[in-house]
Design a protein. Structure first.
Lengths: 405, 317
């Protein structure tokens, strides 16, 4: 890693290098909207960056479950949905109680329920964490692949439930979630004189602050007693249990921490867009988050953030570019080329988004399974030949053979 | 309620047909899992490809009478069309399975367990979205599968549901064939040996790589056949039909105890029945049938973490 960072950071110890590295990223991120300038175009780009922040929160959460604890969760978008929907229900005109109630935390009346964003941001994350425990509890006895399929099933059930509790549902219940019409009109927060609305810059800084907190939590978790318990459990459940690790508690904490992070993402995304739709939480979304984690490096905090940023870059920028390029207009900087379209005029390259993700997953796993910024432990695991210990083992084997002959 | 009960025998029969289809797909999951301990996520999409390939061939070769009004075939032409559809689907899906194993899974044989699973998800996305892109680019957005079979036929002086008969006959033949292959032939013996202990199998002179390739070919061929059956039954092919069908079939395999061939068959029938019965209870059932399937899966796994017929797996030291 030192070689990659090179020059300025070369003289620092790894821990310091990490902090300096993150500070550089943070400073760059703080000045980004200022650099982009106050043009109309800026809003679009900032919007993409907020989206990237939400992705990074999700990826960091899934990384706790998959990377730290080694529990493959294929229904992770469900927790994202739970955070978004619970906040949406508590902070919109979806329910219109006839009684009125007012307090700084939550108030309601005929105009809807107004939950205080700043309290319910962590609050809904906690509720999502609680759902993490609810899902985790029945799966405690399951081995890896069974766990994967049950989490997948849970994700599908949450998706279906949201769809089925919409207007004129078969149960004859009142409309709860808005169904596939989506739950709209979610109120947006206010901070002092600043009203969050369609201007993306405040959202960007809010996302940045939350993301920074989540990154700090992720690092502290990784280096904590709990983090070491997760690693031990990931490597060998039986041995971990024998060393006195409470598997039940450790697993449930992994699920709930992962869900906790995605709760933040859900609240921010729901409030920012002002609406939530079941299509935002389909299986493909769970897989996209998994792609971010795998691409960046399973178990690696900086890797996962990079992975999320790259996926956002592909989704919001590269696919559009590829589309114009494929339709016969190549322009990068001063270079301008025009040629016959490579694809039918009606074809939009962004339709191939998940095809591209699929190819990326396969290629990454075959050629660089440790991800772009691997966690140290996983790199050693996947490339044992680089380790001196393996050399010594081979040496010994060789000696024994030569003695035998 | 009364209506539900009077329709119940028919519902159960339909559930059985649905279940046999799931069982055919589930067999592929279970065969691969038994040997490699890998969830072949792309299996559902191979099922979809089976339908797609047979559609392409049917339209190509029987285009005349089919293209006119997607009309029904009778007698010899029908038998020929069915045979061609099954042979093409099974052959091409077998080839796809072979290629997937060779290029996506084999390089990762010795990686940590998560790696091949992630690759499998990637392959699934490639197949599914590759077909989506093809469908959109070629203008085949909604493909209707030729309606080959007349709804009923007369035999022994009464009329029979032709599609159900086709599902029962072809699925039973395929499953019996597979059981025979696994239990009575040399390659089946090699497969069982490899599933039990790959190292020991290798020492006994079994070419483990070849056995694994064969397993993928056989499993994928079964999925291809299931694809044909499904498409003839429901008269459509679409890029996303493999996802839910694959998921339910996998649920079936897990329900029965993954790695266990009879378990996959039992689980398939169970999932088919649960889904069809819940579906038959009216509009509430239709909306919640899928959730019911996954709920049953969760409940069974909580009670029996290794499925209904699965053996307890001893944690490796």
């Amino acid at each position: 890693m030192g070689k990659v960072r090179g020059g300025v950071l070369a003289g620092l110890r790894p821990g310091q290098r990490l902090i300096v590295g993150w500070l550089i990223v943070l400073v760059a991120a703080i000045f980004l909207p200022i650099i982009l300038g106050p043009t109309g175009h800026q809003q679009d780009i900032t919007d993409d960056f907020v989206q990237a922040e939400v992705y990074a929160m999700l990826a960091l959460g899934l990384n706790v479950v998959v990377g730290f604890a080694g529990l493959l969760d294929l229904g992770y978008a469900a927790f994202f949905a739970i955070g978004a929907y619970i906040f949406g229900l508590l902070s919109s005109a979806q329910f219109q109680p006839t009684s009125t109630f007012s307090s700084p935390i939550i108030s309601w009346g005929p105009t809807g329920i107004h939950a205080n964003f700043w309290i319910f941001l962590p609050g809904c994350a906690l509720i999502a964490a609680f759902f993490g425990v609810i899902l985790g509890a029945p799966t405690l006895r399951l081995r890896g692949d069974y766990l994967a399929i049950v989490t997948l099933g849970f994700g599908e059930i949450v998706h279906k439930t949201v769809l089925n509790l919409g207007p004129s549902n078969a149960l004859g219940w009142p409309d709860i979630t808005g169904g596939d019409n989506s739950l709209s009109g979610i109120f947006q927060p206010q901070l002092g004189p600043l009203q969050f609305s369609t201007d993306q810059v405040p959202w960007y800084y809010l996302g940045l602050a939350v993301l920074a907190v989540i990154i700090i939590i992720a690092y502290s978790l990784q280096n904590s007693r709990l983090g070491r318990a997760w690693v031990a459990m990931r490597e060998d459940e039986l041995a971990a249990a024998c060393m006195g690790i409470n598997l039940t508690r450790t697993k449930l904490l992994a699920f709930s921490m992962g869900a906790f992070f995605s709760g933040f993402a859900g609240v921010i995304q729901g409030s920012r867009i002002g609406a939530v739709n079941p299509e935002q939480f389909i299986f493909a979304v769970s897989i996209s988050i998994l792609v971010m984690v795998v691409l960046g490096g399973i178990g690696s905090v900086p890797g996962v953030v990079l992975g999320a940023s790259l996926i956002a870059l592909i989704q919001f920028y590269l696919l559009d570019q590829l589309n114009t390029w494929a339709h016969g207009n190549f322009s990068v900087g001063p270079l301008n080329l025009s040629y016959p379209s490579l694809v039918p005029a009606s074809f939009n390259v962004s339709e191939a988004e998940y095809l591209i993700f699929g190819i990326m997953l396969v290629l990454m796993m075959i050629f660089r399974p440790e991800g772009l910024i691997p966690s140290g432990r996983r790199r050693r695991e996947l490339h044992p030949s680089e380790e001196r210990i393996r050399v010594e083992e081979n040496q010994q084997l060789y000696d024994m053979r030569s003695e035998g002959t | 309620m009364h209506q539900f009960l009077t329709a119940l025998p028919n519902t159960l029969l339909n559930g059985l047909a649905q279940g046999m289809m799931y069982a055919l797909i589930a067999l592929g999951y279970t065969l691969v899992y038994g040997i490699l301990e890998l969830i072949n996520f792309a299996h559902g999409d191979v099922f979809m490809l089976g339908g797609l390939f047979s559609w392409a061939v049917l339209v190509q070769f029987f285009g005349g009478p089919l293209a006119a009004n997607y009309g029904l075939l009778t007698g010899g032409t029908l038998v020929l069309a069915l045979v061609v559809a099954f042979v093409v689907a099974m052959g091409s899906c077998g080839a796809v399975g072979f290629v997937i194993e060779r290029f996506a899974y084999r390089p990762l044989r010795n990686s940590p367990r998560l790696a091949p699973l992630v690759t499998a998800i990637g392959v699934s996305f490639i197949l599914e979205n590759g077909v989506l892109v093809w469908q959109n680019a070629s203008g085949n957005v909604a493909i209707s599968f030729p309606n080959l079979i007349a709804p009923t036929f007369n035999l022994f002086g009464r009329s029979w549901d032709a599609k159900l008969t086709m599902v029962f006959v072809s699925s039973t033949l395929l499953m019996v064939g597979l059981l025979f292959l696994v239990q009575r032939t040399k390659i089946g013996k090699a497969m069982r040996a490899t599933a039990q202990d790959p190292e020991a199998a290798r020492m006994m002179g079994i070419d483990v790589n070849q056995v694994i390739s064969m397993t993928f070919v056989i499993g994928s061929a079964m999925a291809g056949a299931a694809g044909v059956i499904y498409c003839i039954n429901f008269n459509y092919v679409n890029f996303d039909m493999g996802f839910l069908a694959g998921l339910k079939a996998f649920t079936a395999a897990v329900l029965g105890g993954i790695g266990n061939i009879r378990g996959a068959m039992l689980g398939g029938l169970l999932v088919g029945e649960v889904e069809t019965v819940v579906n038959s209870t009216g509009s509430v059932g239709i909306q919640w049938a899928e959730s019911a399937v996954f709920l049953v899966l969760m409940l069974v796994l909580i009670a029996r973490p290794t499925g209904l017929l699965g053996t307890t797996i001893v944690e490796k030291a």
